[in-house]
Each structure stands twice: as C-alpha cells, then as structure tokens.
Design a protein around this ligand. Structure first.
Ligand code: NAD
Length: 339
C-alpha cells in the first residue's frame, strides 16, 4: 500500500507543485495492489473549513490527465463554496478506473479518507453513486451520505434561470423555450421545475433510456439540445463543451447549466459575450449541491436551505447588473471571487 503526500515531490515524472494547474495546499496519492485502487485527493484551500467535494471514478489516459482533472475540480469547489457562502474549503478526489468498481475498491477508498483524517470529506461525482457513498460510510466517517445533491443543484439553477429571464426579458418563465443537455440527476429535476412553472422544455441525452418515461407534457425529448433555437441553453451533462468552433452553432440568448468547467478555456467567456450570449459561469450557478450536502452539518432546516438556494439567484442578479452596467462578461464580474 502506498499513501503519500506528493505535493512537493516529483511523482510519475511530474513536479507536482510546479504543474501549471497547481495553486493548491496538498495533493495526496493512494494505491493498494490488493484492491487495485489508484487514487488522488487534491485539497485546494482549507482556510474556511475542511475541504469538501465529490469523488470521480473515471478512465484517464494518463496519470497527468487525472492530476489535471483533480486539480481543476478541487479549485472549482473552493470557488463554488465561496459563492455559496458556506464555511468549507475546496477538495476533490479521483479514482483511476482501471477495472470494474468493487466493494473492495470502495473499502480501500474509505481507508484513504481515514488516512487523511478529515482534511477532505467526500461526496459522489461521475462514476460514484450515493449508494456507493453509503457503502463507504460503513468504513469511514469522512463522507456525506445524507442526500443526493443533484436535486439541490437543480433547484438552485432553476431559481437562476428564472431570475436571468426576468432580468433579460422582464417576463416570467411561462412559454419560454429552455433546452437542456443531459437528463441525469440535475437535468431531469431542473426540467421538472421549469416545466411546472410553465416553460417549454426540451431535453436530450445520449442515453435514450433516460428520456423514455417523461410524463410532463411541457418536457419534450429531443436529439440535440446544443444547437436548438431557444431562450436558455442549460448544459447539464459534460464539461468543456464550449470552444471557438462549437459556440458557432449555439442559438440561444442565455447559457445557464450545472455541468462543471463548461468552457474549454476562459477566453470563450468573452467570445460568448461578444456574440451577445449571456454565459452564467458554472461556479456562480451550480453550488446548490454543496448547500444541500452541508445543510445537516450546518444545522440548516429545509426552509433555510431553500432560502440559501434562492440566494444563488440573487447573487447572479447582482453579477448580471454589474456585467450589464460595465459591458463586460459575467466571468469578468466574478474574477475577484475566483482568483
Ligand atoms: P448524471 O450522471 O446523473 O447525468 C448526466 C447525464 O448526461 C447522463 O444521463 C448522461 O447520459 C448524459 N450525457 C452525457 N454526455 C452527454 C451528451 N453529450 N449529450 C447529452 N447527454 C449526455 O450527472 P448529474 O449529477 O446530473 O450532473 C450533471 C453535470 O453537472 C455533471 O457535469 C456534474 O459534474 C455537474 N454537477 C453536478 C452536481 C450534482 O449535484 N449532481 C453539482 C455540480 C455540478
């Protein structure tokens, strides 16, 4: 078994603390031949409290690709928690998917968390379900097993979309056309909220089975949400979907969705601004899950949690106002929050 603080070392050929995505406190590596686990935890900033964030079980082409992902995502968590005004730091874990997910592997991940002694508290992310987290909880206290964050993330985004439509059109959601990419935990809950509020919702998923049992008449399954002509496009599937080429086929006025790291690089925010599209950055909009996850620890009841979710939209309104007054992108208005 290997458990190492690799922050100030050269590891697998990379000087971790000189790596271009590194501005972190700590990076830890864990490996156990008995269970096949190879995992990284990055702690970006714990000045406001223990680092929290999800764990990804994902195939990576190389160690570097995994390192890059965990560094970017953990930084995003710091920013997101700042925006959500919750007293937690930013962290993230990845498990390199080299074989199938097993109970042994999950137990091994619990051991990694125990060795970190609470510096990082883990939730689920791509490839790790709430069920997995509940299994891991049998072996460590350092996980959030209380709720599925998806519905909370979706509720926060719903309030933001409502606010953004009101800001741009001075109109309610009724009959507004919203196109959602990804009918997973976030996308489907978001679709329901919007449709129940009278919006005309279109939703796509590469997994067609996710679109089979839709009963709400205001939710319409489609093949391609990305280029549909609409008022709001909501990416709730993958990151890095906006690049110089892909944004040419967008046909929306506002982008507001839950997917992490949607821009291939930050210059795309200005390219969208120059095209007259309002891009609401993910860290400004998708912190509802972190609010939901930490509500029990912070002893927030459902009413207080709902008000915390609505506050996400108030902060977006402030940013929209500033962006409009200064004629700059929303990404530029939140620069102070994220540097
Ligand atoms: P999920 O895995 O439940 O759903 C994602 C869905 O997207 C899946 O149904 C998948 O089939 C679909 N998909 C993948 N590629 C697609 C494509 N090219 N086109 C259309 N659909 C595609 O994940 P989720 O929990 O709903 O999260 C969605 C996104 O939001 C992820 O990027 C996640 O990292 C991010 N996010 C989630 C939360 C949360 O609380 N769950 C919080 C913050 C950010």
């Amino acid at each position: 078994m290997i458990f190492r603080d690799i922050t100030d070392t050269k590891f697998k050929g990379i000087e971790i603390s000189s790596y271009h995505e590194f501005d972190h406190e700590k990076v830890y590596y864990y490996e156990d031949d008995n269970t096949g686990i190879k995992s990284l935890v990055a702690i970006h900033d714990s000045s406001k409290g223990p680092a929290i964030g999800g764990c990804r079980f994902k195939e990576y082409d190389s160690f570097e690709q995994g390192l890059n992902d965990v560094l970017r995502l953990s930084r995003g968590m710091t920013h997101k928690n700042n925006v959500a005004q919750i007293p937690f730091g930013g962290g993230k874990a990845i498990i390199f998917q080299e074989s199938h997910k097993s109970d042994n592997l999950l137990r091994s991940y619990a051991n990694f968390l125990n060795l970190l002694e609470g510096q990082y508290i883990s939730a689920e992310d791509i490839g790790i379900s709430l069920e997995d987290i509940r299994f891991i909880k049998k072996y460590t206290e350092f996980v959030f097993d209380n709720i599925d964050p998806g519905p909370y993330t979706a509720k926060g985004i719903y309030y933001v979309i409502k606010e953004a439509i009101n800001f741009c059109f001075s109109q309610p959601l009724t009959d507004k056309k919203i196109s959602i990419q990804g009918a997973g935990s976030v996308g489907m809950h978001l679709a329901e909220h919007l449709a129940n509020d009278g919006a005309n919702v279109f939703i796509s998923d590469i997994d067609k089975s996710k679109l089979e049992n839709i009963e709400n008449p205001n939710i319409n399954p489609i093949d391609d949400a990305f280029s549909l002509e609409c008022d709001v496009f909501s990416p709730c599937a993958l990151g890095a979907i906006f690049n110089k080429s892909s944004i040419k086929s967008l046909n929306c006025k506002i982008i507001a969705g839950g997917a992490n790291n949607q821009l291939q690089d930050l210059s795309i925010a200005n390219a969208l601004h120059n095209r007259g599209i309002i891009y609401i950055p993910d860290i400004l909009i998708n912190s509802g899950g972190a609010i939901g996850l930490t509500k029990d620890l912070m002893k927030r009841n459902e009413v207080e949690t709902e008000s915390d979710l609505m506050n996400i939209a108030y902060r977006v309104r402030e940013a929209l106002t500033e962006s409009h007054e200064k004629s700059i992108s929303l990404q530029d208005t939140i620069r102070e929050l994220i540097i």
